[in-house]
Design a protein around this ligand. Structure first.
Ligand SMILES: *Cc1c(COP(=O)(O)O)cnc(C)c1O
Length: 468
């Protein structure tokens, strides 16, 4: 990997709720360093952390990445944010151990590509962010203290986070999942990680798991246990998601050429990475953000009225069943607006600017299925439901805009994670990716837990180690 000679200014992070707080007569919190943002996860005023300034990349530096391996792109982007916070050698080793798998760019048809983000250990794009965040946390934790990560999951996030922290020094992970709400294969992925990662199978629903975790974080009597969260609102998970846009652009584009990215979206963390990459200088003509039938955002772009969807609609692309995306607060903030955790808009963003840079459209389950069938017949391209939403959204955008730019659509999970759906649509059984091939042979058992807080608390007090 190349080195850098530039001196970086240390970046600080503010909360998306800062105006809200002032309106209420509160004092704005001091901005925090990356380390604090990473270890706190969420700001004390319940807003999300944002960098005060967005570092810039030169087109020259970006295009030097052409033909280079993924870790080189990761270093260019990560150094721009963290160059003043940790030594270059540390950053390099974080990156090299995070990104030791393929990142295929597949040509579908003239100037249209699929970026496959499904080759990590749990076969979803969440591996990209979780692996780098885990290693950064290990680096930034207080020396001598063990960090205890608590995660509530309904499936994919838990296994990505668990695998990411596996074997990471100084950190133990406890994953809570609802006993009767995860699939057999998901359960296998979770329970068999082992080592410093333990699973608790909770007699209850996902909400019960989340409540247990929230109560533990709020419980002052547990403050000695160094509890932390690894959820998707942590800025440490946004930063790694800027990298693959820069990487893909560098591999495919000619000097200064513009590119369109299509990003199937749920909580908007993935798409936010693209928004930041554009603001760092990447020539992105348009960010296409297709959703499934949870269409609160495309409706907002069209009408200017924001209405969250509660409860969220259960669609085929289940990792995107989100009725109020948590990272919407960050998008609003970048466009001059404020929306809170409950979905109330306090200040409108610049809607015209948003429409200029972002295109969003809802894709129904029916269209998702048709797309999987059609692109397989037409191009021999195998997509799973999330990737199909992305591709369909791109088609809709191109039909409406007449745009002819270079386009990349993201495939965010491996088709083998949806064997029944793929088999019923295409009559084939997708082959498991290398990382999952031995899944049925792995063994491991969860701890069984009732959904009452007192027993969870007792478990934490008797099990967790706070000293390394
Ligand atoms: C989480 C997830 C998404 C949605 O990503 P967001 O960052 O929440 O918008 C899309 N596809 C898959 C497979 C996912 O796991």
């Amino acid at each position: 990997m190349p080195g850098f000679t530039k001196m970086r200014e240390k970046l600080f992070y503010y909360s998306t709720n800062r105006y809200l707080n002032q309106q209420k007569g509160g004092k704005p919190h001091d901005n925090v360093s990356f380390r604090e943002a990473l270890l706190m996860g969420q700001a004390p005023d319940e807003g999300l952390f944002m960098p005060e300034t967005i570092p810039q990349l030169s087109l020259n530096d970006i295009l030097k990445l052409k033909g280079r391996p993924y870790p080189d792109a990761a270093l260019l982007v990560a150094e721009a944010y963290l160059g003043a916070d940790l030594p270059l050698e540390t950053l390099k080793s974080v990156i090299e151990s995070s990104y030791n798998y393929e990142v295929p760019l597949e040509k579908v048809v003239d100037r249209r590509y699929i970026l496959r983000l499904d080759r990590g250990p749990t076969a979803s794009f969440k591996d990209f962010a979780a692996r780098m965040m885990a290693r950064l946390m290990s680096h930034f934790r207080d020396p001598g203290k063990r960090l205890n990560v608590l995660v509530a999951t309904s499936g994919d996030t838990g296994s990505a986070v668990g695998e990411a922290f596996k074997g990471v020094p100084g950190i133990d992970v406890y994953i809570l999942y609802p006993r009767d709400e995860v699939s057999g294969r998901q359960k296998k992925q979770l329970d068999t990680i082992g080592g410093n990662v333990r699973t608790l199978s909770v007699e209850g629903k996902f909400d019960d798991c989340q409540n247990l975790v929230k109560q533990a974080f709020a419980d002052a009597s547990l403050s000695g246990l160094n509890l932390t969260s690894a959820n998707s609102i942590n800025f440490g998970r946004i930063l790694p998601q800027m990298i693959y846009y820069v990487y893909a652009y560098a591999q495919l584009a000619e000097w200064g050429e513009e590119i369109v990215f299509s990003v199937p979206s749920g909580n908007f963390g993935d798409a936010l990475g693209c928004e930041y990459a554009r603001r760092m200088g990447l020539p992105v003509a348009r960010l296409v953000m297709p959703t499934n039938e949870n269409d609160e955002f495309p409706r907002f772009l069209e009408t200017g009225l924001y209405e969250k969807i509660a409860p969220s609609r259960a669609c085929l692309s289940n990792a995107m069943n989100v009725g109020h995306p948590s990272n919407l607060a960050r998008f609003f903030d970048l466009y001059g607006g404020t929306v809170d955790r409950t979905g109330v808009v306090h200040k409108m963003p610049d809607l015209e600017a948003m429409r200029k840079h972002i295109f969003s459209v809802a894709v129904s389950d029916e269209e998702t299925r048709q797309t999987i069938r059609r692109v397989y017949d037409q191009y021999g391209l195998l997509l799973e439901p999330h990737g199909a939403v992305g591709w369909r959204g791109l088609e809709q955008y191109l039909a409406q805009s007449g745009e002819t730019s270079l386009c990349v659509s993201l495939e965010t999970a491996h088709p083998a994670k949806f064997p029944e759906e793929i088999e019923s649509l295409l009559g084939i059984i997708p082959e498991l990716p290398a990382s999952m091939r031995d899944i049925d042979l792995r063994s491991g058992e969860p701890l069984l837990m009732t959904a009452d807080y007192e027993s969870f608390r007792r478990f934490l007090i008797t099990t967790l180690k706070a000293i390394d």
